[in-house]
Design a protein around this ligand. Structure first.
Ligand code: SIN
Ligand code: CO
Length: 374
């Protein structure tokens, strides 16, 4: 389907089942490779099994003995952020380049035995469910019921799906936020990739507003917008917090939100927060040292978990967002750098400003977002 047709008719609105939309063989993963990631210390992974009482959730990382001891059927191992552990999944993310990269959260992979699943639930985020091995029966749609109380998973207490399909390798099911769904594995080795999306909520944005405002006025404390009330009338009731004061406070907040640079900063910082923090750099550098190393044949490689985005503030000012932080630079350089997986001396020849690039890259190396490969 043409991207604009999908975006107009389905994105955020309606489910879409696309049989044989991609080459499953290109994106599948050996069960042992997925399970070995589920044992990594920094992993975000879940194991869902079932007993007489219902679903049982265990959180990873898992010991090898636990994964060796799975029942014959009805289990699922789900691993988040697989693109960090297996960088080839960035190639899968690239298939969604009709949407901004910042919108993508991660590639989750679930491996299930026959009858495995996580139960009927609703997600708050868009998701593309890509079947790459075995078959999975998806039931979806219908009303959203209350959640089962006290369950470890956020299960729906009633599920009356409107549609049922069986996804085979290569099939893709898109679900917008808020559509109840349940996927049950029909075969052992059932492998489903979920490309999930980010949609920052008010709580996160407000948190970031506080941080961005603190950074903005750190150096100019005297300039920080503050409550003022010249010409106020004598108080009738000195214990009252008058409505007019609420209006004055609201104006301070509103003025902050009317500052596009501040809002760009808080949004960019929030949506480039990495799923895993970058590894501490093996090697630190400075701009001159880095320029020398690149000239000597070194190659910089972006860490597989780093998230970058660029923004043009106008009037020649730009911002590069990297792993939850904003770095001011020219808009051209920010756009050049945000999309790079690697940087060599040859690349620097094509870049808008090699000197500015080296100082920005040195900063990124020192933060662990890029590494120096020899
Ligand atoms: C799964 O892949 O097992 C569950 C994914 C989902 O329903 O969000
Ligand atoms: Co779901």
């Amino acid at each position: 389907m043409d991207a604009s047709v999908f975006l107009a008719g389905h994105w955020q609105r309606r489910a879409l089942f696309c049989p044989q939309a991609l080459d499953a063989a290109a994106w599948t993963i050996e069960p042992e490779d997925l399970l070995s990631v589920a044992m990594e210390d920094a992993v975000s992974a879940r194991l869902v099994t079932r007993n007489e009482q219902g679903f049982v959730l265990e959180n990873g990382p898992f010991a090898e003995e636990r994964l060796d001891d799975l029942p014959d059927s009805a289990w699922s191992v789900l691993v988040q952020a697989m693109e960090v552990w297996e960088p080839r999944y960035h190639g899968l993310i690239a298939l969604f380049d009709f949407l901004p990269r910042w919108r993508i959260d991660d590639v989750m992979i679930s491996l299930a035995a026959r009858d495995g699943g996580v139960g009927p639930h609703v997600d708050q985020y868009d998701v593309f469910l890509i079947q790459v091995a075995g078959r999975r029966r998806w039931s979806f749609g219908g009303p959203v019921s209350r959640l089962v109380e006290g369950a470890p998973l956020r299960l729906l207490s009633r599920f009356e799906p409107e549609e049922r399909i069986v996804a085979e390798p290569g099939d893709v099911l898109y679900l917008p936020p808020g559509v109840p769904h349940d996927g049950v594995a029909l075969d052992d080795g059932c492998t489903t990739l979920s490309v999930g999306f980010r949609a920052p909520g008010l709580v996160d944005l407000a948190d970031r507003l506080a941080e961005a405002a603190a950074a903005r006025w750190q150096e100019e404390v005297e300039e920080e917008p503050r409550f003022t009330d010249p010409g106020r009338a004598p108080a009738d009731d000195p214990w009252e917090l008058p409505g007019a004061d609420v209006v004055r406070a609201r104006a301070i907040l509103q003025d902050a939100l009317d500052d596009p640079a501040l809002v760009a900063r808080l949004l960019g910082e929030q949506v480039t927060m990495p799923r895993l923090p970058p590894p501490p750099p093996e090697d630190t550098t400075d701009p001159d040292d880095l320029a020398r190393r690149l000239a000597g044949g070194a190659r910089l490689e972006r860490w597989s978990g780093s998230r970058l985005a660029h923004h043009d503030l106008g009037s020649g000012d730009g911002m590069l967002f990297v792993d939850g932080e904003a770095l001011p630079c020219s808009p051209e350089l920010a756009a050049w750098l945000a999309r790079r997986d690697s940087v060599t001396q040859d690349d620097l020849h094509e870049c808008p400003d090699a000197r500015e690039a080296c100082s920005l890259l040195a900063e990124l190396v020192n933060r662990g977002s890029f590494g120096i490969a020899r």
